[in-house]
Write a protein that binds this ligand. Structure first.
Ligand code: CTP
Ligand code: CA
Length: 224
């Protein structure tokens, strides 16, 4: 059921993974979201599980089924994602934020379905909390990993994010790579640290990216 026997190198560790998109409702039947499939985060959760970790997977709405042997928390909004991740992260050693968190939510979501009006409409949005940055402010000995999709100046922008959010590293990818990123089964990422140092990993399956990510996180953890 849990796949082939593997090295239990993460036994005794708690790993928290966020995955998928968030939904920010404008009214009861409409929301702002993005096409994140959740595949990358589910792959990290499954790999950590197979290596013996206790895994909590906090996921926005995706079509993937719950992975067996993983504690799955299904949420919709960024605020709910924050609550679930912060709670689970308290006794975790590794936190991986693959979730595509919506940067904004409605300042005041309508409680009733909004009828259309003639002409243009303005929606007032307010920023969501930055969950990774929040975890970074009370980091302790945890290893924190983020993801970033950039269209330009990728390494520079990802390094800036790692620094600002106090993340150990960010896995950077580009939306233009066919078969990768949104919805694909493969990924082609560059590991980027806050100091700007970086290494490009070859294009491979999301599961293999997950394996390498956890290898790196375990290495960093062993040094603390
Ligand atoms: N992230 C988060 N909370 C948010 C936004 C992002 O925890 N409100 C996390 C993501 O899960 C990801 C990392 O931060 O691991 C980078 O996300 P990204 O959207 O690239 O960063 P932003 O700071 O939102 O920058 P941008 O303006 O480029 O969207
Ligand atoms: Ca963002």
């Amino acid at each position: 059921l849990l796949g082939p026997a593997r090295d239990q190198d993460l036994k005794g560790l708690r790993v928290v993974v966020s995955a998928g998109p968030t939904r920010e409702y404008l009214d009861p039947v409409r929301f702002i979201s993005n096409p994140s499939s959740g595949k990358m985060g589910f792959a990290v959760a499954e790999d950590a599980r197979d290596r013996g970790a206790a895994v909590t997977l906090v996921t926005g709405p995706v079509t993937l089924p719950d992975p067996p042997g993983v504690q799955v928390v299904r949420i919709e909004s960024a605020l709910d994602l924050r609550d679930a991740v912060v709670k689970a992260a308290r006794d975790a050693q590794i936190v991986v934020m693959t979730a595509a968190v919506a940067d904004y939510r409605a300042a005041a979501a309508a409680t009733e379905k909004q009828a259309k009006v003639a002409g243009d409409v303005t929606i007032h949005l307010t920023p969501n909390p930055d969950i990774l940055a929040e975890l970074g402010r009370e980091k302790g000995d945890r290893v924190l990993v983020g993801f970033a999709m950039e269209t330009h100046a990728g390494v520079e922008r990802a390094a800036g994010k790692a620094a600002r959010k106090n993340a150990d590293f960010i896995l950077l990818n580009y939306p233009t790579q066919a078969g990768t990123a949104f919805g694909g089964d493969d990924n082609e990422v560059t590991l980027v640290r806050a100091d700007g140092s970086h290494e490009a990993w070859p294009r491979t399956s999301k599961r293999e990216v997950a394996r390498r990510l956890l290898d790196e996180a375990a290495r960093l953890l062993a040094r603390r």
